[in-house]
Design a protein around this ligand. Structure first.
Ligand code: ATP
Length: 316
């Protein structure tokens, strides 16, 4: 059964479970994080095969990344262990209950050394997939990582595999100009483009949504609007579809976007129409905000009804 394939950098994540300056944290929790692998985990939990291509260092953090992905049954045969660079690290500080500060230690990391030859070595995983998912993070990591993404898209397009991209703009990796420069060559090949409202304006170099949609026109455009839900502008130019967010007790908004994309692409792999893709995406996005971790709150298929349960429900 063809599933999702994705490529990018997955890092070790260190974070304090308590609000306050990190220097006073008595201990840190260790996890992993990466937008692309978060999507792979979400799709896999919902029942489709998912594969991740990337590099990790020959270190404990790298072993952790691969071990976690394997535990989630994400296929990692296309992943490489790079003996010459460390696994990237992300440090999360819950400075106040409402403000999280994130520090990246990824310059020169193994993940940023991903290159086109790595993708060629995993070509069969891409050409046999039901969808290739990429983000705007990977092309900004390094010229070789940008080349790896371009090569993956080339392979997918030649094999008629749909290509989805989530803008995921990380200002620490580069400004709007670099984002536009690195993503512009990919845009004509996309079947689905995801982004937040601001990110899409940035990418299109536009000041309002209608002109951004017109400039990015081509792929199915999915606009994520946080607690206000999401909208789809269909590729055939049909009317915009909007769906309100599922009301939940939100603990941590980070990771909602990846879980949303996982729901959307799962429904795409199911062969579901656009309204159902949007419905499932809003549901999986809502699940993600209910837990204080980027990816661990993503649901399995049989958990999808849980958000309808009343507060205080105990399932025995
Ligand atoms: P991330 O912080 O992961 O980068 P993002 O900015 O890419 O997130 P959001 O727009 O924050 O993505 O969230 C994606 C989707 O998740 C929204 O379109 C919505 O459907 C759902 N969602 C986000 N926040 C909430 C919330 N507070 N309550 C319910 N659903 C939410």
């Amino acid at each position: 059964m063809p599933g999702l394939v994705t490529l990018g950098e997955t890092m070790a994540v260190l974070g304090s479970p308590r609000p306050g300056p990190l220097r006073h944290a008595p201990h840190l929790e260790l996890s992993i994080g990466g937008a692309e692998s978060n999507v792979a985990i979400g799709v896999r939990r919902l029942g489709h095969p998912a594969a991740w291509i990337g590099r990790v260092g020959a270190d404990e953090f790298g072993a952790l990344v691969l071990e976690r992905l394997r535990a989630e049954q994400v296929e990692v045969s296309g992943a490489l262990v790079d003996p010459d660079a460390p696994t990237g690290l992300l440090v999360k500080e819950q400075r106040t209950p409402d403000v999280t500060r994130v520090q990246y230690y990824r310059t020169g990391s193994a993940g940023s050394r991903l290159c086109p030859a790595d993708v060629d070595a995993a070509a069969a995983v891409i050409t046999g997939a039901g969808v290739l998912h990429i983000t705007g993070i990977t092309p900004l990591l390094s010229p070789s990582a940008a080349g790896a993404v371009a090569r993956a898209v080339e392979l997918a397009v030649a094999a008629q595999v749909p290509v989805s991209l989530d803008v995921n703009h990380r200002a620490a990796l580069g400004g709007a100009e670099l984002l536009r420069e690195r993503l512009a060559p990919l845009l004509p090949h996309l079947s689905h483009l995801f982004g937040g409202e601001e990110e899409l304006l940035l990418l299109a170099d536009a000041t309002d949504e209608p002109s951004a949609v017109a400039r990015l026109g081509g792929p199915e455009l999915v606009v994520k609007r946080g607690a206000r839900g999401a909208s789809v502008y269909p590729a055939d130019g049909g009317p915009e579809l909007h769906r309100a967010a599922v009301p939940v007790r939100a603990l941590d908004p980070v990771g909602a976007g990846d879980a949303f994309v996982a729901g959307y692409l799962t429904a795409l792999l199911d062969g579901a129409p656009v309204a159902e893709r949007l419905r499932l995406a809003c549901l999986t996005g809502a699940f993600a905000v209910t837990v204080p971790n980027d990816w661990s709150g993503q649901p399995t298929r049989d958990e999808l009804g849980l958000l309808d349960a009343e507060a205080g429900t105990t399932l025995r």
